[in-house]
Design a protein around this ligand. Structure first.
Ligand code: 13P
Length: 287
């Protein structure tokens, strides 16, 4: 099986993007992988530090391995928003394909210093490293009751991204261009700052990652991919589909106590969300 770097390079050259779909349990993974298998799409399974601690690093790797073997689909695993360098090292040792170092809350020079360290051990193991410049803020475990607007000062600045990349030789860069983690109550997040993205593409010239993909208008996603986005992270939309369906299923079947029966609707709804995203990102048939 080709590695993740191969697919990210291919996506960059051909103008499509790979979805990273976060999970915190096996039934979500089933919905995600069934979609990838149906659509013959490469995918990245993502775990934040919190999700990874709940699932277990070794357990996540074992799920990836078992499902790769069973389906033949290129399924990769990323440690998303790792803030602790030691924990990222543990993920690499466990067998993750990719690590994302999130030093976005640090002053730029410290972010660079730690990123250089992460790149050194990541590259040594031959895995993909994602860095981050700019800030997303917010928290994907909530719904926002008001329209959320990201602050201008939190957007990725071209000169900072350039300076970062000169020293930290990451493979892909997470950029803040108007998205945030989570989704607001209207269900539709603000538009991407496509001018900033164009500036970054022209002046920094690295493949980029869109975080906070849930709720982003579809046209913006398509334009973003044309402007160098190769990976798009989705969590809240999957969590919502899974949790809302579970609530409805249990409310409608008060005497149901059998998880493999009451979880099936949630798995199906997750699968539907992921299939839509794969179509939108253009990764269908690329496995
Ligand atoms: P959403 O929860 O907004 O989809 O963001 C997910 C994400 O960016 C994970 O890193």
């Amino acid at each position: 099986m080709k590695n993740l770097k191969y697919y990210l390079d291919k996506a960059y050259k051909e103008g499509w993007a790979i979805g990273q779909f976060n999970f915190s349990d096996w039934s979500q993974v089933r919905g995600i992988v069934q979609a990838a298998q149906n659509m013959k799409s490469p995918i990245i399974l993502g775990t934040s530090e919190g999700e990874a601690k709940f699932v277990g690093l070794q357990e996540a790797v074992a799920m990836r391995d078992a499902l790769r073997k069973k389906t033949g689909v290129p399924i990769f695993l990323n440690l998303d928003h790792g803030k602790s360098v030691d924990y990222l090292k543990e993920a690499v040792a466990a067998g993750y394909d990719m690590i994302h170092f999130d030093g976005s809350k640090l002053p730029l020079d410290e972010n660079i210093k730690k990123s250089v360290e992460v790149v050194a051990f990541g590259k040594w193991k031959g895995i993909v490293v994602e860095g981050e410049v700019g800030r997303f803020g917010t928290d994907a475990s909530k719904l926002y009751t008001e329209k959320f607007q990201i602050k201008e000062e939190d957007l990725t600045k071209v000169d900072e991204a350039k300076e970062y990349l000169k020293k930290a030789h990451i493979d892909v860069m997470a950029v803040s261009i108007g998205t945030f983690h989570g989704i607001d109550a209207s269900g539709v997040s603000p538009h991407l700052k496509l001018d900033r993205l164009k500036d970054l593409k022209e002046n920094v010239g690295i493949a980029m990652v869109l975080h906070g993909g849930s709720g982003t208008p579809e046209e913006d996603i398509k334009e973003g991919i044309k402007l160098g986005i190769v990976k798009i992270n989705i969590n809240t939309e999957t969590r919502l589909a899974y949790t809302k369906t579970l609530r409805n299923t249990l409310d409608a079947n008060k005497d149901q106590i059998t998880p493999y029966k009451y979880l099936q609707n949630s798995i199906n709804e997750v699968q539907k969300v992921i299939e839509e995203k794969i179509k939108l990102f253009g990764s269908e048939g690329k496995a």
